[in-house]
Write a protein that binds this ligand. Structure first.
Ligand SMILES: NC(=O)C1=CN([C@@H]2O[C@H](COP(=O)(O)OP(=O)(O)OC[C@H]3O[C@@H](n4cnc5c(N)ncnc54)[C@H](OP(=O)(O)O)[C@@H]3O)[C@@H](O)[C@H]2O)C=CC1
Ligand SMILES: N[C@@H](CC(=O)OP(=O)(O)O)C(=O)O
Length: 390
């Protein structure tokens, strides 16, 4: 395997500088956008460039999730024979250095996918709707991060630890295009933790309350939280461009649209996507989603009602062995998962594992989880899906 030494940098996203100190981000040392401040000499990096690898396109490469895609591809040594970096017209011509090679960002067009085996989409739902189907028709396997196709029949909605079997028919070797959907980030981290318990004692009802970070609303929202924090601390009026209200030192109901039933879109995604991923139209789910002034990584409180009893100790043991989960449950030290500690981490941290005293016997359980929304909630989950295509 080739090893290169490249420079570490802080990428700039649509004019927004993602500074590692503020975002808790260890931006990957193999990725560099031209014009960004080079801060440190780096370590040795891995490289997935190989003659026999698939051709890969990253759509929305200049965004918060797109940048994380590159970081994850590098860290997992994902094999590729050619890489195409796509974004809007605004970014066309920018240069990105990845694994020691310089790439020019290209404008996304309908022709972008000719000869592309895997297309990782993360440029928003409308872009996915416009370009995803034609990419699949031209033979690419699209792994789409948006909500555009999640509930479409025939489109697998995948959390690899949970339901990889639902995409078993889609393989690179078949030489056939397809669309696979990456679930909503709150749903992904919820189900990574809930599924091992569900496999032991079927979940009858699940009550989810979320504490969602700025990162879920993109790079511009992260920048606005930082700016507002500075403004409020210096006695100025906060600038409210992304959210229509003060975000720093505040929290509010999730910014997605509220439907007639009183649930917002994010909450209904948790309901509907859980049913599809678990292939269980009857599981009862209710959710309340809240945006909190945390830069990166979501937290969730989850209350379960199970069909058969599961005691606290068994739940803890199951979770401590579960794929993609780390248990942080120190009652004596009052130490439980935090967004800061899971930032840039792959695993979902689970704590506050306790019997729900409001339910009889051992039918009820509470847990509290934290997961990096850009990572496991988006880029990592999508790359893990792509790894299942081989
Ligand atoms: N699965 C999940 O849980 C998550 C999914 N997402 C999805 O990913 C999307 C991107 O999120 P995020 O990275 O945070 O957003 P950002 O705002 O940080 O980035 C948006 C990206 O989309 C690109 N883009 C915008 N318009 C176009 C266009 N017309 N043609 C091509 N590219 C375009 C931008 O390019 P440019 O810089 O040139 O404008 C940029 O690369 C979200 O809209 C959502 O659908 C996000 C978070 C979590
Ligand atoms: N879940 C993200 C928003 C988002 O991007 O969701 P989706 O991938 O379902 O569009 C948030 O924290 O707000």
């Amino acid at each position: 395997m080739a090893a290169l030494s490249v420079q570490m940098c802080t990428p700039s996203v649509r004019g927004v500088s993602l500074k590692s100190s503020i975002y808790g981000s260890k931006l990957n040392n193999a990725v560099k956008i031209q014009g960004a401040a080079v801060t440190r000499k780096s370590r040795i990096v891995r490289m997935g460039l190989t003659e026999n690898g698939p051709t890969v396109a990253v759509v929305g490469v200049t965004g918060a999730v797109g940048q994380e895609f590159l970081a994850v591809l590098n860290q997992r040594n994902f094999p590729y024979s050619n890489l195409k970096l796509l974004a809007s017209k605004r970014s066309a011509g920018k240069h990105i250095t990845f694994e020691g090679r310089e790439y020019e960002v290209e404008e996304l067009t309908k022709d972008s996918f000719r000869g592309i085996d895997i297309a990782l989409f993360s440029a928003g739902g409308s872009i996915s709707k416009e370009y995803g189907p034609s990419a699949a028709e031209s033979g690419s396997i699209v792994v789409d991060n948006s909500s555009a196709f999640r509930m479409d029949e025939g489109v697998p909605l995948i959390v690899p630890e949970v339901n990889a079997d639902a995409m078993a028919h889609i393989k690179l070797g078949n030489k056939k295009g397809a669309i696979i959907a990456n679930p909503n980030c709150s749903t992904i981290i919820c189900l990574v933790a809930a599924t091992p318990l569900h496999r032991h004692s079927k979940v009858k009802r699940m009550v989810v309350s979320t504490y969602q970070a700025a990162s879920g609303a993109g790079a511009a929202a992260m920048a606005e939280l930082e700016q507002q924090t500075r403004e409020v601390l210096s006695g100025q009026e906060p600038t409210c461009n992304i959210f229509s209200r003060q975000y720093a030192f505040n929290l509010f109901s999730h910014n997605s649209c509220v439907s007639e039933n009183g649930y917002n879109e994010e909450e209904m995604k948790l309901v509907k996507e859980t049913r599809k991923i678990w292939n269980d139209p009857n599981v009862l789910v209710t959710a309340t989603c809240v945006r909190v002034p945390v830069m990166r990584a979501h937290a969730e409180s989850i209350n379960f009602q199970f069909e058969k009893e599961i005691d606290e100790e068994t739940a803890r043991e199951i979770l401590s062995k579960a794929e993609g989960v780390v248990v942080v449950d120190d009652r004596a030290g009052n130490n439980f998962p935090t967004p800061l500690e899971v930032s840039n981490k792959d695993d979902v941290a689970v704590g506050r594992i306790r019997r729900d005293i409001s339910q009889s016997g051992n039918f009820g359980l509470d847990i509290f989880i934290c997961g990096d929304q850009i990572r496991k909630g988006a880029a990592l989950n999508a790359v893990q899906i792509a790894e299942k295509l081989f």
